[in-house]
Design a protein around this ligand. Sequence first.
Ligand SMILES: C[S@@+](CC[C@H](N)C(=O)[O-])C[C@H]1O[C@@H](n2cnc3c(N)ncnc32)[C@H](O)[C@@H]1O
Length: 310
Amino acid sequence: MRRNDAPQPFQYQGSKRVIASAILSKLDMRSYSLLVEPFAGSAAVSIRAAMEGKVNSLWLNDANEPLIDLWNAILHDTENLIEQYTATWAFQKYDPKEYYGIVRKRFNSHPEPADLLYLLSRAVKGAIRYDSVGEFNQSPDNRRLGTRPAELARRLRKISSVMKSCTFTSSIDYRDLIHRYEPGQVWYMDPPYEGVSKQRDSRYVSTICRDEFEEFLGHLNDQGVPFLLSYDGRTGEKTYGQPLPSELGLERVEILAGRSTTSTLQGRDEQTVEALYLSPVLEVSSLTGEDAGAGQMAIDFASEDYARAS
Ligand SMILES: C[S@@+](CC[C@H](N)C(=O)[O-])C[C@H]1O[C@@H](n2cnc3c(N)ncnc32)[C@H](O)[C@@H]1O
């Protein structure tokens, strides 16, 4: 399997698809029976691990309940979800912009997985944004109509066939997962970057407070939880997130995520480098070289498989 070809169920801001393989290459998965993603999002790392046959079982958790409902539909109600998405996608043809607004309104009054799938497929940057009263308010990207149903169906069937019998899901705050830790688990964490998510009191999604998160990492260490954590990084000269304090005893490695498409569009040739922290008790892989490498070129999701609006 090439580095970037694990199927993506939906575009998602912050997806780790391009570097999922590089992240997994740091881990000796043979030492663990369950890979837990407390901040699953589009679960790029879990999908990759499942496609490579590296895991016995997976646990996807995300505070965003409608997102976990979508995951449950992808895994266990795949054909129904595809049928509904196909109908929604086809309906938009008369006025894609207005239709997005209709679906968004419907989703805000009654969140259904197929509607969220459509919204994510068309939302600017695949970003989930909620307003102060917890309503999804992200605008559509009017240059695109969203993933074509046939392509989406292919991906969702593939994901479901590989993951449905070995994946647990939950929608709880990451801090509550510590009570469910058992030996055999390994965690991959990709929390929202500081400054990206500010909806602490919103209906669905909370952000993380840095101090609390550092304290939480200390608890994970005390309990001997093995984990990998994506946290900070940089594109060219610009850094995002602050490195974690050395007292936590984490090993910090850098992963080359590829050329930044945003910078390229602005005429700059800049590489993005992402930090990955490894907990002290983690069983690391002894692989080096090619397998420990990273994505070569960040994929512009839009250019890949999106239907463009005419
Ligand atoms: C950066 S995204 C994860 C992206 C993921 N690695 C992927 O490949 O798509 C962070 C996720 O954390 C979730 N989240 C935010 N606050 C949370 C909390 N307190 N507990 C659990 N999940 C949370 C968000 O809903 C979001 O999906």
